[in-house]
Write a protein that binds this ligand. Structure first.
Ligand code: MN3
Length: 383
């Protein structure tokens, strides 16, 4: 039986690479559903190629185009973000890949978990915002959450076959395009400079998050929930070559690392094929040409977002949800060239101080916090 896969966010970087993995393994996987936010043309192209049962375009204004373009094929076409949540629950689906951007991943993931689906988690914001709710649901409905983020896939791979406790998780970070730079330098960096990531090719939002190191901050929070460790058991270390994707240290001091060339198709493949490894012909890491592997401490004074994330994680409650919403707004404003690079952290900090803290938030509290935070952040940007 082929695994039936729903790809939420199929037109993004992870979504398109997931489709490549499916295409390379036609005996193992089949696309059951494709959903996209805005990119109607690519969605139609993908649907014509992979013949899913269901296609969803979240943006209602683009529904007519998608519906008409797929009229000759026997698939159902829906629109609206609620439809994405409905699709995530559908009976035949085995794996739901959550590859959408930001907070929008939360609701469909909740629906998928309630329907008992295996989650291939590429939307880290889901765990950042509401890790406790997500983990409780996964446990209650006996769902596996398989990490697709390369660092967490690395940790997950290091844990395969282990039953002993983790002493420490060491998450590696490339450091992004501005590694080693001073605050003075960062004051005037442009959108284009921030979008040039040295090792990974990704969507715009996560590329900016990598440049500010917010991405690593989110990944620290993601690791806490995925692997059930305490904040002080997670260390982020800058490793510019991105060959070690992350490490686990056990209580005997032994450290396991997962390595390879940076290629997101590998963690996607590992999640889809789990517990089996799938043979592929991707380029291999050749140690005879690999000159060096270096490591350095992240500079928390320059990359303040990483410090904010540790603070939010330790504080708990809705603090990470505030952090995420404020970040989504400032990244969008930076991409629209309305604020500078360093202002992103300043505005996040101001927002964190203004939105009310809730120690034990319900789902409704998260929704309200997200909405309130966006308003507060926008009002700070407007000055
Ligand atoms: Mn990552």
């Amino acid at each position: 039986m082929k695994k039936q896969i729903a790809i939420l966010g199929s037109t993004g970087s992870i979504g398109t690479q997931a489709l490549e993995v499916i295409e390379e393994n036609p005996d193992l996987f089949e696309v059951y559903a494709l959903t996209a936010n805005n990119n109607d043309k690519l969605l139609v192209e993908q649907a014509r190629k992979f013949h899913p049962e269901i296609v969803v375009i979240a943006n209602k204004e683009k529904y007519a185009y998608v519906k008409e373009a797929l009229e000759d094929l026997p698939m159902k076409v829906f629109s609206g973000s609620e439809s994405i949540s409905d699709v995530a629950e559908m009976g035949p689906i085995d794996i739901v890949l959550t590859a959408m951007v930001g907070y929008s991943g939360l609701q469909p993931t909740i629906h998928a978990l309630k329907a008992g689906k295996t989650i291939a988690l590429a939307n880290k914001e889901t765990l950042v915002v509401a890790g406790e709710i997500i983990c409780d649901l996964a446990q209650k409905h006996r769902c596996a959450i398989l990490p697709v983020d390369s660092e967490h896939s690395a940790v997950f791979q290091c844990l395969a076959g282990e039953t002993s406790p983790i002493e420490k998780i060491i998450l590696t970070a490339s450091g992004g395009p501005f590694r080693g730079k001073s605050r003075d330098f960062l004051k005037n960096v442009t959108r284009a400079e921030a979008l040039k990531h040295p090792n990974w090719s990704m969507g715009a939002k996560i590329t900016i998050d990598s440049a500010t190191m917010m991405n690593k901050g989110f990944e620290v929070i993601e690791a806490k929930w995925l692997f059930g460790v305490k904040p002080e058991q997670i260390e982020a270390i800058v490793h510019p070559q991105s060959l070690i994707h992350s490490m686990v240290q056990f209580e005997d001091g032994s450290i396991k690392a997962q390595m390879g060339l940076p290629d997101m198709k590998l963690p996607i493949q590992y999640a889809f094929g789990y517990p089996y490894r799938l043979k592929n012909n991707y380029p291999r890491l050749d140690f005879s040409t690999c000159k060096e592997m270096t490591f350095e401490k992240p500079d928390l004074e320059v990359f303040r977002n990483l410090a904010f994330a540790y603070d939010a994680m330790k504080k708990g409650g809705n603090a990470p949800c505030i952090l995420n919403a404020a970040n989504e707004i400032v990244v969008d404003a930076f991409l629209k060239e309305r604020i500078g690079f360093l202002e992103m952290s300043d505005i996040i900090e101001q927002t964190m101080n203004r939105v009310a803290f809730i120690a034990k938030p319900t789902y409704e509290d998260y929704v309200a916090t997200d909405r309130e935070t966006r308003n507060v952040t926008l009002s700070i940007i407007k000055g």
